[in-house]
Design a protein around this ligand. Structure first.
Ligand code: ATP
Ligand code: MG
Length: 563
C-alpha cells in the first residue's frame, strides 16, 4: 500500500475510543466490524464505512471483522458475497481469518429468542401485518396491545416451535418482543423478532423457515464476535435503545453502538435498491459500469484505492447529514494519478498530417519523459515518421485570434519531436480537411529550437504506421441534477438520467507502447485527462475509459467559496 498524503485526522468516534482505552473499558481492546448485507455491490458510501472501521482497528492496534449480515434469504446472493470480498481487499484492507456470516449464528439467535420467551419478554402474535401496523399507533399516538400479548410462556414456546417447524404460513404470525406499546420511540413498541419466510438461504438452504429481524440479530452478531464499538449510520440512532434492550435482557456482552452521518455525493444515487434498478433495467452495463458509484465501477473507471482512501479521510466523520461534491472525489484521483500515472499520447479524433520534407521510410525513436512530476519513472522511446496523426481539434483553417494550434502558415511544436509548419490543406468534397501537408525544421529535434524561436502551441501526435487502434469511452455524470432524487411530481430519479453520460469514440489512435500494458493500467493522455485500460480490450484494439478529465473543478469550487 503506498503512503497516503493525508494524515489521519481525529473525529468524535476516535475520541470515544481514546476515552474508552483510557478507562480500560473492554480490557483496552478495540474491535470493529464491517457488516454488509450481501444484496448488492459495495459503493463509495460503503468505502467510507470500510475505511472508518478498518482504519480505526489499524490506528488503535485493534481488529476489524468482515461480517456478512445475511439474515434475509430473499435478496441475497453468492455473487454479492464474492464481489464484496474482492472490493474490501482491493481497497487495501484485510480481515485476516475473521470472515463471518450472520447465518452461522442462526442457532444462537434461535436460542436467544427462546430465552426471551422464557423470560416473558417475547410472544407469538397472530395479528395480520395490517393490524400490527394499526395497533402500533403513530408518532403522536401511543399504540395498543395486541390481544395475543398476554399468551402464557408455555403457549408461546409451543407456537414458536410450530413456527420453526413450518406449521404456519408466511405472515400468519410473528414473534415479537414485549417492550412498551406506549413508548415514544416506535421502535420499542413490541418490535418483531422473528418472521416466517419460506425461502431457501444461500448458505443454510432450507434448514430454517423463520428468520431473525435485523434489530434483533445485529446486536447479537456484534455480541457474539465481542465487538467493542459497533459503528453504523445515523438512521440507526433511534434503534439504539432496542439494540441495548436486547443485549441487556439477554445479559450478554454489550458492544457500544455509535452512529455517524452517511456519505451522500452530488450527481449520485447510493441506495442499493436504486443501483439494482439501474443494472436490472439495463440503464448501465452492469454493477461495474464505470458510471456506477460502486467500488467495482470506480475501479473499472480507473479509480485507485489510494484515491478513494484519501477521499474518505478528507470528508471526515461527523454527526450531521451533508452531501459531498463529486468534484472532491475526482480531485483525489487527479492528485494521485498526477504523481503516478505515466504520460502517453493519444489522438482521439485523428487528422492525418504528412511532413513533406521528412524522408519517406525513415523512422526515428524519440525520447519522452514518462512523468515530469517524477523523473524516476524514466523515459520511453516513441517512433516518429513522415505521416502522423494529430487531433482534428488542433487544426483550424480560419482560426480566431489567439489560436495557438495549427492553421495554414502557423508553426507549432509536436511534443517530444519537432516544430512543424502547415503549408497546405487537403479537403474532401464537402470541404472538410482530410490531410495537412506540413514541413518540419530538422534543427528542432526534441521539440526545442536552437535559434530561440518560440511557438505557443504544443500538440500531441502519433505516427500513422506505428499507432495502435483504440476505442475511447468518455463518461459524464450519470445524472444531470446534483440531487438525482429531486424529480418532478409523479416521476422518480430515473427521470434525471443524463442522456450523454457515455460517449464512445471508436477510431482513436494511441502510441504503440501501450499495447504491452496490462488491463487497468492508469495513464495520463496529454491534454485529455486520466485514462485506464479497460478489460474489454482485445484483438489488437485497446479500450480506454476516461477516469477523470484534467480540469480541476474542485480547486475552482474552493477558490469561489474562499473569495
Ligand atoms: P441498503 O441500501 O440496502 O439500505 P446499506 O447501504 O445500509 O443498505 P449495508 O450492506 O447494510 O447497506 O451496509 C453495510 C455498512 O455500510 C453499514 O454499516 C452501513 O451503515 C454502511 N453504509 C451504507 N451506506 C453508507 C453510506 N452512504 N455512507 C457511509 N456508510 C454507509
Ligand atoms: Mg443496511
Amino acid at each position: 500500500m503506498s503512503e497516503e498524503k493525508t494524515q489521519p485526522v481525529s473525529h468524535f468516534i476516535k475520541e470515544i475510543i481514546k476515552k474508552d482505552l483510557e478507562d480500560n473499558k473492554n480490557g483496552s481492546r478495540v474491535h470493529t466490524r464491517f457488516p454488509p448485507e450481501p444484496n448488492g455491490y459495495l459503493h463509495i458510501g460503503h468505502a467510507k464505512s470500510i475505511c472508518l472501521n478498518f482504519g480505526i482497528a489499524k490506528e488503535f492496534n485493534g481488529l476489524c471483522n468482515l461480517r456478512f449480515d445475511d439474515t434475509n434469504p430473499v435478496k441475497e446472493e453468492l455473487e454479492y458475497v464474492e464481489s464484496i470480498k474482492e472490493d474490501v481487499r482491493w481497497l487495501g484492507f484485510d480481515w485476516e481469518d475473521r470472515l463471518y456470516f450472520a447465518s452461522d449464528y442462526f442457532e444462537q439467535f434461535y436460542q436467544a429468542a427462546l430465552q426471551l420467551i422464557k423470560d416473558g419478554l417475547a410472544y407469538v402474535d397472530h395479528l395480520t401485518a395490517d393490524q400490527i401496523r394499526e395497533y402500533r399507533g403513530t408518532l403522536t399516538q401511543p399504540g395498543k396491545p395486541s390481544p395475543y400479548r398476554d399468551r402464557t410462556i408455555e403457549e408461546n414456546l409451543a407456537l414458536f416451535e410450530k413456527m420453526k417447524n413450518g406449521d404456519f404460513e408466511e405472515g400468519e404470525c410473528i414473534l415479537r418482543a414485549k417492550i412498551d406499546m406506549a413508548s415514544p420511540n416506535i421502535n420499542m413498541r413490541d418490535p418483531a423478532v422473528y418472521r416466517i419466510l419460506k425461502a431457501s438461504h444461500h448458505r443454510t438452504g432450507d434448514k430454517w423457515c423463520i428468520y431473525p429481524m435485523y434489530d434483533f440479530a445485529h446486536g447479537l452478531e456484534d455480541s457474539i464476535e465481542k465487538i467493542t464499538h459497533s459503528i453504523c449510520t445515523l438512521e440507526f440512532e433511534d434503534h439504539r435503545p432496542l439494540y441495548d434492550w436486547f443485549l441487556e435482557k439477554l445479559n450478554v456482552f454489550h458492544p457500544q453502538q455509535i452512529e455517524f452521518a452517511r456519505l451522500n455525493l452530488t450527481y449520485t444515487v447510493m441506495s442499493k435498491r436504486k443501483l439494482l434498478r439501474l443494472v436490472k433495467e439495463n440503464i448501465v452495463s452492469g454493477w461495474d459500469d464505470p458510471r456506477m458509484p460502486t467500488i467495482a465501477g470506480l475501479r473499472r473507471r480507473g479509480y485507485t484505492p489510494e484515491a478513494i482512501r484519501t477521499f474518505c479521510e478528507m470528508i471526515g466523520v461527523g454527526k450531521s447529514e451533508s452531501t459531498v461534491d463529486l468534484a472532491l472525489l475526482e480531485y483525489c484521483l487527479r492528485e494521485d494519478l498526477n504523481k503516478r500515472a505515466p504520460r502517453a499520447m493519444a489522438v482521439l479524433r485523428p487528422l492525418k498530417v504528412t511532413i513533406t520534407n521528412y524522408p519517406e521510410g525513415k523512422v526515428e525513436q524519440l525520447e519522452a519523459l514518462n512523468n515530469p512530476e517524477d523523473e524516476s519513472m524514466g523515459v520511453r522511446m516513441i517512433p516518429f515518421s513522415r505521416v502522423i496523426y494529430i487531433e482534428q481539434d488542433d487544426f483550424m483553417e480560419n482560426p480566431p485570434k489567439k489560436y495557438f494550434r495549427l492553421s495554414p502558415g502557423a508553426e507549432v511544436r509536436l511534443k517530444h519531436a519537432y516544430y512543424i509548419t502547415c503549408d497546405e490543406v487537403l479537403k474532401d468534397s464537402s470541404g472538410q480537411p482530410v490531410e495537412l501537408l506540413c514541413s518540419y525544421d530538422p534543427a528542432t529535434k526534441g521539440g526545442w529550437s536552437q535559434d530561440g524561436r518560440k511557438v505557443k502551441g504544443t500538440l500531441h501526435w502519433v505516427s500513422v504506421d506505428h499507432a495502435v487502434d483504440a476505442e475511447v469511452r468518455i463518461y459524464e455524470n450519470l445524472f444531470n441534477k446534483p440531487n438525482p432524487e429531486d424529480a418532478e411530481e409523479g416521476k422518480d430519479f430515473l427521470s434525471n438520467l443524463n442522456p450523454n453520460s457515455l460517449e464512445i469514440i471508436a477510431d482513436s489512435k494511441v502510441e504503440p507502447g501501450l499495447m504491452e500494458m496490462p488491463a487497468r493500467t492508469s495513464l495520463q493522455f496529454l491534454r485529455h485527462g486520466y485514462f485506464t485500460i479497460d478489460p474489454d480490450s482485445k484483438n489488437g484494439k485497446l479500450v480506454f475509459n476516461r477516469a477523470v478529465s484534467l480540469k480541476d473543478t474542485w480547486a475552482k469550487i474552493q477558490r469561489n467559496t474562499s473569495e
